[in-house]
Design a protein around this ligand. Structure first.
Ligand code: ASP
Length: 202
């Protein structure tokens, strides 16, 4: 363990990352032409905020169980556009943008961070699993609750301690994939479930 803390922000987080040897790149190199185009489009008077938010968001979430039963989640946000300076989304907030417990399972979500935070979406999925629901049932219950209570749409990837997994979403689409016992499962739209053999590397 490199620090006793769970969450660092701002300059303190940067200092810690530097001390851990994480390489740095110039900030300008993180601003892509695509991001600039999307931002400018959103400023147009007739801009549709939902449309502008869509596109190559780049959100990546993952959950996994290893052979010793250790469970983990990871979420890398694609971000929302036109936020207030200082806005913190769900992604770094424990229980919102991810949660993992070896006794239950792990969750990684995507969607509108403000809605996800209002219902602590990841912990809510695990709560339903603690109550005996399958990962799929728990995901659907939690996503329905988020829609009903705060009008929020999103998606989750979930795994339980037995390796039973689910990829569920209330948004129009969510690209997802799962690898288990030599098989790759994947899909994009509701009802999709494609499979193909996958080579597992040990
Ligand atoms: N949940 C993220 C946010 O609100 C967006 C995403 O990456 O799905 O910042």
């Amino acid at each position: 363990m490199q620090t006793k803390h769970l969450c660092l922000t701002a300059e303190g987080a940067s200092k810690f990352a530097r001390s851990m040897g994480v390489p740095e790149v110039p900030e300008e190199s993180l601003i892509t032409d695509y991001a600039k185009m999307r931002w400018k489009k959103n400023l147009e008077p007739d801009a549709n905020p939902v449309e502008c938010q869509m596109g190559k968001m780049g959100t990546v979430g993952a959950v996994a169980v290893d052979m010793d039963g250790n469970i983990a989640c990871a979420t890398s946000t694609g971000g929302m556009i036109n936020k207030m300076e200082g806005r913190v989304g769900d992604t770094p907030c424990v229980g919102c943008g991810g949660y993992a417990d070896n006794k239950i399972g792990a969750v990684s979500p995507t969607g509108h961070g403000e809605a996800i935070m209002k219902v602590t979406l990841s912990r809510l999925v695990l709560f339903h699993m603690e109550q005996g629901k399958t990962p799929e049932e728990a995901s659907d219950l939690a996503l329905a609750y988020m829609k009903e209570r705060v009008d929020g749409l999103g998606g989750v990837v979930v795994v339980d301690h037995n390796g039973t997994w689910a990829a569920r979403f209330s948004s129009l689409q969510m690209s997802w994939a799962a690898a288990q016992q030599g098989k790759l499962h994947f899909g994009l739209f509701h009802g999709d479930h494609f499979t193909e053999p996958v080579e597992e590397h040990t």
